[in-house]
Design a protein around this ligand. Structure first.
Ligand code: NI
Length: 145
């Protein structure tokens, strides 16, 4: 396990559209483990692969109720609206108000390639949307009010 360097705003890697993750191998598992350690050390609630320089579609989220690994995630359903403060580990010491869905259902694969769905409401829905945006090169500041 290792702490990875978190890419900061201004780096082009944060603006790319990531490609699907096709291999559910040891290399993926190692990267996910490193991302977990990196996110917890930075006291973040989410981290996406491009933030550690990897242009693949996966991210992790933990809003305080356990770690969720999302490989090739897709927002299947969304409802409601919430407006609140949002920050990003790639944009240090800044935050802004962003409007997001109140509830989302995400379909993704786990680290072994098994498909599952997970629901999120409130902060968890916000984190899912924020991290999945990263996979398309979108940052919260693009949506900030
Ligand atoms: Ni972020």
């Amino acid at each position: 396990m290792a702490i990875r360097n978190i890419v900061k705003i201004g780096d082009d890697v944060l603006r790319k559209v990531c490609r699907s993750q096709l291999n559910f191998d040891e290399k993926l598992h190692q990267t996910l483990d490193d991302m977990r350690d990196t996110m917890y050390k930075a006291e973040g609630v989410g981290l996406a692969a491009p933030q550690v320089g990897i242009l693949r579609r996966y991210c992790i989220v933990d809003v305080g109720d356990g770690l969720i690994e999302l490989i090739n995630p897709v927002i299947e359903k969304q409802s409601g609206k919430q407006t609140g403060q949002e920050g990003c580990l790639s944009i240090p010491e800044r935050s802004a108000e962003v409007t997001r869905p109140l509830k989302v259902t995400v379909r993704a694969q786990d680290r072994y390639g098994k498909t599952f769905t997970v629901e999120g409401e409130g902060l968890k829905a916000r984190a899912f949307c924020h991290e999945i945006d990263h996979l398309d090169g979108i940052l919260y500041i693009d949506k900030a009010e």
